[in-house]
Unconditional design. Structure first.
Length: 258
């Protein structure tokens, strides 16, 4: 039987209870990895754990806040105690924040979005790399097409995604000596609850109107599917991308090409 591309690998996926994070955890398990999944205590990881086990792999659910150093230390301690190693980190946890012009954007909300989206990536890379430095590994950070251009009304989200791409490049340079590769994925709007909330926020009386406008901005004429983002993450986590580090891989249906 042909060996799966992530056979004998141990992965950690943040924000794994739903959406892109759930799809990533499932795909990594399909490719042979055992997967630890981290999300807030209020989030139900049951479906994610079930999906991992359905693919014949071990699952470790962990409750924690990705903005808190102590929770990262606790997560890594549990992973090492349970699995003995960490080979792959996917920093997926993130929030969109409100839609508001800069002049009206709440200060505390800006700080919160930056903490969840950007500080979490810094902490994840910091603590995961300490576990990976003796055996190498792969880190994949989920950014966005908003990290490559400006987007009206979502200043904190846009700033945080630019920060993720910048940190990805710095970490790629610093971690190369330890054989730890670091890359980012930049999706266009993807068919998740986050995008559904966006549709309802921009067009409360007619969410379909926002959907059609977003479709029109994407040459392929549709949202991304979480499984398509997960496939890109699985590629970056595998030996198939062994000469890639410091990249920001765009998965956007042609959005930024237009």
């Amino acid at each position: 039987m042909k060996q799966k591309p992530l056979q004998d690998k141990i992965a950690l996926v943040t924000g794994a209870a739903r959406g892109i994070g759930l799809a990533i955890a499932k795909r990594l398990a399909e490719d042979g990895a055992d997967v630890a999944v981290l999300d807030l205590p209020s989030m139900n990881l049951g479906a994610c754990v079930q999906a991992i086990k359905a693919n014949g792999q071990r699952a470790l659910p962990i409750s924690g806040d990705v903005t808190v150093s102590a929770d990262w230390e606790n997560a890594l301690r549990q992973i090492i105690e349970h699995f003995g190693q960490l080979d792959i980190l996917v920093n997926n946890a993130g929030i969109a924040g409100p839609i508001s012009p800069i002049m009206n954007y709440p200060d505390e909300t800006f700080d919160h979005v930056m903490a969840v989206n950007a500080r979490s990536v810094f902490l994840g890379m910091k603590y995961a790399a300490k576990q990976m430095q003796t055996r190498g590994g792969a880190i994949v950070n989920i950014a966005s097409v908003s990290g490559l251009s400006g987007s009206r009304g979502i200043v904190a989200y846009t700033a945080s995604k630019h920060a993720i791409i910048g940190m990805t490049k710095v970490a790629a340079l610093e971690f190369a000596a330890h054989k730890i590769r670091v890359n980012a994925v930049c999706p266009a709007p993807t068919d998740t609850q986050m995008v559904q909330i966006l549709e309802n926020t921009l067009s409360p009386d007619n969410p379909e109107l926002t959907r059609r406008r977003l479709f029109a901005s994407i040459p392929l004429g549709r949202y991304g599917d979480p499984a398509e983002i997960a496939a890109t993450v699985a590629f970056l986590a595998s030996a198939e991308s062994s000469f890639m580090t410091g990249s920001a891989l765009v998965v956007d249906g042609g959005m930024i090409a237009s």
